[in-house]
Each structure stands twice: as structure tokens, then as C-alpha cells.
Design a protein around this ligand. Structure first.
Ligand code: 4NP
Length: 154
């Protein structure tokens, strides 16, 4: 299963989702079955490391994201991944624009995997990394459960 998490800058939300999901999969002993990555829809942050408050949040949970630098989502990512998961509705429309639509139904919002669908709160604007972290944690848990049930793409 190849999963790409997508946000706007690829320095806050999607890297948090990438590393949280990698940890979940590793703890389940399933790293070999997954390829997990993240990207942003804008150019602003290309090459930049994970934003310090997001990095500190990951570190508090024992996750090291050293070496991750932001990249922009490319049209070719649509073929490369099974699931492309946006953090908010704006991301989803940008993802569709970059890829020329979603003909194979591979695109989702992370919070669709929870009991409260909608957007992951954007900490870049709210400065509230705790709420974003909770959303991402809950979304990744829901996604992992859905994949375990073979329903990740349902
Ligand atoms: P992210 O947060 O999309 O969660 O990585 C943002 C990072 C940078 C910008 C916006 C959101 N920006 O406008 O540069």
C-alpha cells in the first residue's frame, strides 16, 4: 500500500501524518507492506525541513523526522500512490488540479477516516499544534483500521 499525505506547505500537517502513520505501521510490524510519503501543493516551502513546532510534537512522541524536507506534489504522484490523502478541502481541490482530476478515486481527506469528517485544523494559521496533532492521530488510526479491514479505499 503506497500512501501520499498532502497539505499546503509540506512542513506541518502532512509530515506529521507521514511520520505518525510510519510509526503505527512499524509498531504493527508491517513496514514492509507500506510506502508512506508526504508532499505539499504549493512551492513556498520546497526544500525546507519540518517546521519546529511540528517537529517538537513528533519528538515528544519519540518520532525523529530528521532529513525530511518539503517537496511539491507532482502529477506523476497520482500513478505512484494507491491513496493520496489531503488534510483539508483546499488541499483536495489543489490535488485534483495538479493531477487533472481523480479518475481512479484515489483521493481522500484524512478526517474521512474518523467519526468527524472535515478538515485537519491548520496549525500554520491557528498556531494550535495540539489540535492538529489530535486530528492527525485520530485520522491515521482510522486510516490504519480501515486498511486492516481492507476498506482503505472504500
Ligand atoms: P502545512 O502548513 O500546509 O501544514 O505544511 C503550512 C505551511 C506553510 C504555509 C501554509 C501552510 N505557507 O503559506 O507558506
Amino acid at each position: 500500500m503506497k500512501i501520499l499525505f498532502v497539505c499546503l506547505g509540506n512542513i506541518c500537517r502532512s509530515p506529521m501524518a507521514e511520520f505518525v502513520m510510519k510509526k503505527m505501521v512499524a509498531e504493527a510490524g508491517k513496514s514492509g507492506e507500506f510506502l508512506i510519503d508526504s508532499a505539499g501543493t504549493c512551492e513556498e516551502e520546497i526544500g525546507n525541513p519540518v517546521y519546529p513546532p511540528a517537529r517538537r510534537k513528533l519528538e515528544a512522541y519519540g518520532i525523529d523526522c530528521t532529513g525530511k524536507t518539503a517537496r511539491q506534489m507532482q502529477k506523476g504522484d497520482y500513478e505512484r500512490y494507491d491513496l493520496l490523502i489531503g488534510m483539508d478541502a483546499g488541499n483536495l481541490s489543489a490535488m485534483r488540479r495538479i493531477c487533472g482530476g481523480d479518475p481512479l478515486g484515489k483521493m481522500r481527506l484524512l478526517m474521512d477516516y474518523t467519526g468527524r469528517p472535515g478538515n485537519v485544523a491548520d496549525p500554520w494559521f491557528t498556531r494550535d499544534f495540539d489540535t492538529a496533532w489530535k486530528d492527525i492521530q485520530e485520522g491515521c488510526e482510522g486510516l490504519f483500521t480501515a486498511l486492516e479491514k481492507g476498506a482503505g479505499r472504500a
